[in-house]
Write a protein that binds this ligand. Structure first.
Ligand SMILES: NC(=O)c1ccc[n+]([C@@H]2O[C@H](COP(=O)([O-])OP(=O)(O)OC[C@H]3O[C@@H](n4cnc5c(N)ncnc54)[C@H](O)[C@@H]3O)[C@@H](O)[C@H]2O)c1
Length: 259
């Protein structure tokens, strides 16, 4: 049983996408802090370098790969390098994602395609690159980052919501196909989390605070570290009987409180 002090990821190699910012960065920090050797994948080379420097300065072991998760060859190459130069991948956290606004009838189709390409196809590509290695060892854990938008109506972000529903389903397909292979796959569904991600949705901090206060029973946004703690749990051996799950982390946003 985890007593809160043991390093749950000692000797584990972890790959985290979207690792230069927000939830991915917090997950990478958490895994590295608990002993993992972490490969950070992100398309923002400058932020990635800063993230790696930060992790290394706190004693973590990390290496950055600047790539776009939609670039299949680059993704495959990075996983080859991780396996040959860092270690056998035991944990994958797939967090890279983008948010574009647009209603169903008003959606710019190129943004629709781009959203699906990054949020859904990107998660497929990284999983496909890692899965055969995990299968050959009959061991591994994957956590995909979906969203509360996957399971409710969410006005004005149709492409995003549909892509995240796809991620939740993809996670279940991976779980189903690999349960007998010793590989678990779960997804987390965050509500409002305090990262730069939602900046496109709000025109001001005041609007953001009012929306959060109005919709979230706990009255605040979640922190990336709170999501990272859940991701770390799902990634760890403590969650050894958890697979195919969608776990909400939303301060009660989807409780549907009536009064
Ligand atoms: N912040 C929230 O409120 C919230 C809520 C629900 C779900 N999520 C999900 O959490 C995940 C992480 O979001 P965040 O809040 O940390 O946002 P963030 O903007 O802080 O981080 C996202 C990271 O993904 C990277 N990225 C984007 N497109 C990429 C690509 N094509 N290739 C490689 N890297 C790419 C960005 O460079 C960035 O570093 C996303 O999948 C998002 O959908 C966030």
């Amino acid at each position: 049983m985890f007593d809160g002090t043991a390093a749950r990821f000692e000797g584990v190699t972890a790959v985290v996408t979207g690792a230069a910012s927000g939830i991915g960065l917090a997950a990478a920090r958490r895994l590295a802090g608990e002993g993992a050797q972490v490969a950070l994948l992100d398309r923002d080379a400058t932020a990635l370098e800063a993230a790696c420097a930060d992790l290394s300065a706190s004693g973590g072991s990390c290496r950055g790969f600047a790539l776009d998760v939609t670039d299949e060859a680059a993704v495959e190459r990075s996983i080859d390098i991780v396996e040959s130069e860092i270690g056998a991948i035991g944990v994958l956290v797939s967090a890279a994602g983008v948010l574009e606004s647009g209603s169903v009838e008003g959606q710019d189709l190129s943004l629709w395609d781009r959203t699906m390409e990054i949020n859904l196809r990107g998660q497929l590509l990284i999983a496909r690159a890692v899965l055969p290695r995990m299968q050959s060892r009959k061991s591994g854990s994957i956590v995909m980052v979906s969203s509360v938008s996957a399971v409710v109506g969410d006005k004005g972000v149709s492409a995003y919501a549909v892509s995240k529903a796809g991620v939740a389903s993809l996670s279940k397909q991976i779980a189903a196909e690999n349960a007998a292979n010793g590989i678990r796959c779960n997804c987390v569904l965050p509500g409002w989390i305090n990262t730069p991600f939602n900046d496109v949705v709000f025109s001001s901090q005041k609007e953001r605070s009012e929306e959060v206060a109005r919709t979230v029973p706990m009255g605040r946004e979640g922190t990336p570290n709170e999501v990272a703690a859940l991701i770390a749990f799902l990634s760890s051996a403590e969650a050894s009987y958890v697979t195919g799950s969608e776990v909400l982390i939303d301060g009660g946003l989807l409780l549907g409180v009536l009064s």
